[in-house]
Ligand binder design. Structure first.
Ligand code: AHR
Length: 501
């Protein structure tokens, strides 16, 4: 029997306004993200700045709004002052490799300019001092003083005006270099925020956080008045110690709404501390798949060869696409509090784009960003979804109920154009969604663009770049106010209706 769902839309009620920065990305000095990823001056595909033209073009296509850099764990011992002017390679204590150091602040800002993205700099709150952090703001944003002079000497007369900054990365974690206790963190957050905002009061500041009441209570009590964002992270599937990535569509899909639970937990924490409406969430590292680097967080010998497992494109399939779409729908649903999210990372490792010597492969997740960034809109409309659910077995062997469809309705306030982001989470069964409540617009035409792959295991690679792709269909419906759409199994669709909102 065909599964049936109903989506009732109330166009007169706007739930919130989406911040486009939820479609952001993250770039860390790890494996082939920077060197051999976005930055490859020796490549025949590089432009005059050493950036891969094909990568830049792909990032422009998905309108990448913001890029967080340089880490990640890497930043917690990053000596940014050695990454400007004359460069000397150094030993990176996070990933235990030689850091070539030819990509630093100037190159990062140039990269963002080429993409058309806002730079978001994560400052070193591990081994870095208050002075290091605030000097970095000086270097980027001032036109007086020693550090502005250094920037000019490096060929950049005008300030970079970097608006988004973060104090630290995962400093609560035992794995992080220079990790802090909640009390230490609260004090550091206050003092570094004070100095960074004294340099430039226009900057927006995030601090590294976790959904933990004690951590946030201390940090916000001290520094909350100087902060704008609370930064959280999430990865929901990890590779084995041998570098084998998780297979099995159903047990991955069982976790599709865990990111939303994390958002809600942080929302409650902000509410309980009196900061809801004052601070927003930057989910500034997220991906279904954690990066493969077993042993690096400990003291044993680091196995660098295992990092190469991240480059196996068959690891990334329709489960990744469906999970990614559910994550973005969750951000849209909570657009009152989630203002930024950064897919981790932007290229290579477990990212949406894979580079090779002669080109790139767009992984399934890339196409999801393409759909959401290009075909959803700013206003999130109120809607109610009545969807059947199905049971799947989680990793832990527990039966979990998952809804068959997920949907969010968005509208462009200027044109009234509507974009409905629809996900069919079921691996094998299609579902019909009856969509009610939109008004008849200029036309009865519905454009449906779906990310599809022949099976849940479908993936893209150099020799099969389009096994997962966007398929576009035009449908003529009798009444845009009440029509049905068939969602293929394991698919992500955006439906567009001109002027229907
Ligand atoms: O696995 C990637 C690392 O994960 C990032 O460097 C860090 O921020 C997170 O813990």
């Amino acid at each position: 029997m065909k599964q049936q769902a109903i989506l009732d839309i109330l166009p007169e009620h706007v739930d919130g306004i989406r911040d486009f920065m939820i479609f952001g990305h993250f770039l860390e000095h790890f494996h082939r993200q920077v060197y051999g990823g976005v930055f490859d001056p020796g490549s025949h595909l590089a432009d005059d700045n050493g950036f891969r033209r094909d990568v830049i073009e792909a990032l422009r296509r998905i309108k990448t709004p913001v890029v967080r850099w340089p880490g990640g764990c890497f930043v917690s011992a990053y000596p940014w002052k050695k990454g400007i002017g004359e460069r000397v390679p150094y030993y990176d204590k996070a990933w235990r490799v030689e850091e070539p150091n030819s990509f630093g602040t100037d190159e990062f800002v140039a990269l963002c300019r080429e993409i058309g993205a806002e730079p978001f700099i994560c400052a070193n709150a591990g081994t870095g001092s208050l002075e290091d952090m605030s000097d970095w703001v000086e270097y980027c944003n001032l036109d007086i003083g020693e550090w502005a002079g250094r920037r000019r000497a490096n060929g950049h007369d005008s300030p970079f005006n970097v608006r988004y900054w973060s104090i630290g990365n995962e400093n609560y974690g035992h794995w992080e270099m220079g990790a802090k206790t909640a009390d230490e963190w609260a004090r550091l957050a206050l003092e570094s925020a004070k100095m960074m905002k004294r340099v430039d009061h226009r900057i927006e500041l995030a601090i590294a956080s976790i959904p933990d009441l004690d951590w946030n209570a201390k940090a916000l009590r001290e520094a909350g008045h100087l902060l704008d964002w609370i930064s959280i992270h999430g990865y929901w599937s990890s590779a084995s110690d041998e570098g084998v990535f998780e297979k099995g569509y159903d047990n991955i899909i069982a976790r599709a709404f865990q990111p939303e639970e994390r958002i809600v937990a942080v929302k409650h924490i902000l509410g309980s501390l009196g900061y809801l409406g004052k601070l927003r969430i930057a989910f500034d590292e997220w991906n279904l798949r954690g990066w493969c680097h077993p042993e690096f967080m400990d003291f044993g010998p680091a196995d660098h060869a295992l990092m190469d497992c991240n480059d196996i494109n068959s690891n990334y399939n329709m489960a990744d696409a469906v999970f990614t779409a559910c994550f973005l729908n969750s951000c849209l649903r909570h657009c009152d509090v989630v203002g930024m999210a950064n897919f981790s990372p932007v290229v290579n490792t477990v990212g949406a784009i894979f580079t090779h010597e002669d080109g790139i492969v767009l992984r399934p997740t890339y196409h999801v960003f393409d759909l959401f960034a290009n075909y959803s809109f700013e206003e999130v409309l109120h809607s109610a979804l009545l969807s059947p659910s199905f049971d799947v077995e989680s990793r832990e062997g527990i039966s979990t109920s998952v809804r068959h469809l997920d949907a969010v309705v968005t509208r462009d306030p200027a044109s009234g154009d509507v974009g409905i982001t629809l996900v069919n989470l079921h691996g094998e069964e299609s579902a019909t969604c009856r969509i009610r409540g939109l008004k008849g617009g200029a036309s009865n035409r519905v454009t449906a663009r779906s990310v599809v792959g022949a099976s849940t295991d479908a993936y893209n690679d150099i020799d099969q770049p389009d096994a997962v792709k966007i398929v576009e269909r035009q449908l003529d419906v009798a009444d845009p106010g009440d029509f049905e759409f068939d969602c293929p199994p394991h698919s992500v669709t955006v439906l567009n209706l001109a002027g229907a909102g």
